[in-house]
Design a protein around this ligand. Structure first.
Ligand code: PLP
Length: 382
């Protein structure tokens, strides 16, 4: 965040440190690829790689063998293009806005075509340029969000001239409930996807997100689109997260104090101390992705000791009860663990009443970022 001072000083004066383990990211990518058993693994790097930094994350995935990168918007694709070698393919999930066709074609970005109008515009652009342009064709298999309807797909398949100039590289759809393996909507969407695929024989499917990879080979298609699992989030609900943590967040203490019984803590005086209490105020708040819903529910950790968030979360700070720690453990400038070995990303999401995706993408730009390489996990004690 701070660019005109040395990294060491920037770290020291930061409100907190967001550590991104790029080797853990690479290991997660390899683990997903292994599970895909021969099916290609792309990577979803939309929203700045879920808040972790697309310019840092995407090249590491490229070096690990990934060649297919998905973002939501054309602007994201254009920004990321220079960070990747020419043989990397960039796809725009949210589709092609009218007027964006030439920019998209000039930059060699592959749009996901979500509506008949987008197919027509892309085909017209290809014909005007006198060369084929690649695209992914998306179908709505039951999420009612993006993609051609059954009727639209049938009409398109019945009139192939409308696709002249477009090289459809994948048929795509998105699972709404892949994180719930027992949800019958998964099988319904797979069956719908097969009906769509039958209309466009020979074009490979692109179907599975992180959760879809864990639903079994039927769901894998020819190219998977994992996002959250790469970044250490759980691909499915349940107690066991097979992915390795990638993100650690430590926030700095900016003041400590001892208050008597009956003291009001934070906005609204929402918390009143029951007895004498030692408090620490830490330098991150809801503007840094630590949701107001964590007030009175969430916690931070020091040396494995749980320190409850006390009172409401402010924009730039949070007050925690540190009475469980030996006095003097924390002083101004100390770091407390928000996401780390004692509290997973999922734990924080649960306490905030949300999902890991929202926690990651909300972390924001005020933390100092350490991109680290941890080499192999469990390397032993040498
Ligand atoms: C975000 C997104 C993904 C990635 O989903 P995860 O659950 O993070 O793996 C895949 N496909 C589409 C269309 C998406 O919007």
């Amino acid at each position: 965040m701070v660019e005109d001072v040395s990294p060491a000083v920037a770290r020291q004066i930061s409100c907190g440190i967001l550590t991104v383990d790029l080797d853990a990211l690479a290991r997660n990518y390899r683990a997903l690829r292994e599970r895909l058993a021969g099916v290609a693994a792309g990577a979803v790097v939309k929203a700045d790689a879920y808040g972790l930094g697309a310019e840092q994350v995407a090249p590491v995935l490229y070096d690990t063998g990934c060649r297919d990168f998905f973002v939501a918007h054309l602007g994201e694709a254009l920004a990321l293009r220079p960070a990747l070698d020419d043989d990397a393919r960039l796809y725009v999930l949210n589709g092609l806005l009218p007027g964006a066709e030439n920019l998209c074609a000039d930059a060699g970005i592959v749009p996901v075509l979500n509506a008949p109008e987008q197919v027509a515009n892309w085909a017209a652009t290809a014909r005007a340029r006198g060369r084929e342009l690649p695209a992914v064709l998306q179908f709505d298999t039951g999420m009612s969000r993006l993609g051609l309807s059954g009727g639209e797909a049938q009409a398109l398949a019945a009139d192939p001239a409308r696709l002249a100039g477009v090289r459809v590289v994948y048929l795509m759809s998105h699972l709404a409930c892949a994180d719930e393996p027992d949800n019958p909507q998964n099988a319904d969407q797979l069956a719908a996807m097969r009906r769509f695929a039958a209309l466009f024989p020979g074009v490979p499917p692109c179907f599975a997100n992180s959760g879809g990879i864990f639903l079994g080979a039927d769901y894998h298609g020819a190219l998977a689109r994992p996002g959250i699992a790469l970044y250490g989030g759980a691909p499915a609900a349940g107690d066991v997260n097979p992915m390795e943590p990638v993100v650690r967040l430590d926030v700095r203490v900016i003041q400590t104090r001892t208050v008597p019984a009956g003291a009001r803590v934070g906005y609204g005086g929402a918390h009143v101390t029951a007895g004498e209490t030692r408090l620490a105020t830490i330098a991150a708040g809801y503007a840094d992705g630590l949701s107001r819903h964590l007030g009175g529910r969430g916690a931070v950790y020091v040396d494995g000791v749980r320190l409850p968030i006390t009172g409401r979360v402010s924009m730039d700070s949070i007050t925690v009860d540190i009475s469980a720690l030996p006095p003097g453990t924390l002083t101004t400038g100390s770091l407390v663990e928000v996401i780390g070995p004692h509290q997973t990303l999922e734990d924080v999401a649960e306490a905030a009443g949300t999902i890991a995706y929202e926690i990651l993408t909300a972390l924001g730009w005020r933390y100092h970022r350490d991109y680290v390489r941890t080499a192999e996990k469990n390397r032993g004690t040498a």
